[in-house]
Design a protein around this ligand. Structure first.
Ligand code: HEC
Length: 99
């Protein structure tokens, strides 16, 4: 009885950790550069994206896609966003950018 309660709790903790780590599959490939919560300046060059407004975040991603946004490292971002739909960009913005 004791043991099974213990196992169950461990499984629950593990499960919620696993869930929070992959809360949004669209963001998984961004983590290496921008941090799990968007808290890092990618390659020390980008803005801290979790501090961006949702509007600015979406403008940036759409701009990397069509070439209308970006600075000297924008070539890094283009392949990241090339296949994202507007709906996916909005989903990412809701997930990472400032509310
Ligand atoms: C290989 C590293 C790398 C990956 C992976 C990456 N980024 Fe970036 N990101 C950068 C760099 C570098 C910049 C700054 C580019 C520039 O000079 O305009 C940037 C800029 C941005 C910006 C604009 C911030 C600014 O400084 O103007 C947003 C928003 C952003 N990234 C979101 C994402 C999202 C969302 C993903 C995943 C789909 C992602 N990035 C994946 C490196 C990366």
């Amino acid at each position: 009885m004791k043991l099974s309660t213990f196992t169950c709790n461990v499984a629950l903790v593990w499960c919620s950790l696993a869930l929070s780590a992959s809360a949004n599959p669209l963001y998984t490939k961004c983590i290496a550069c921008h941090g799990a919560q968007g808290e890092k300046a990618a390659l020390n060059k980008s803005l801290v994206i979790k501090e961006m407004s949702k509007e600015d975040f979406m403008k940036a991603l759409k701009g990397y896609k069509d070439g209308s946004y970006g600075r000297e490292q924008k070539a890094m971002m283009k392949p990241q966003v090339a296949n994202l739909s507007d709906a996916q960009i909005e989903e990412l913005a809701s997930f990472i950018a400032k509310k």
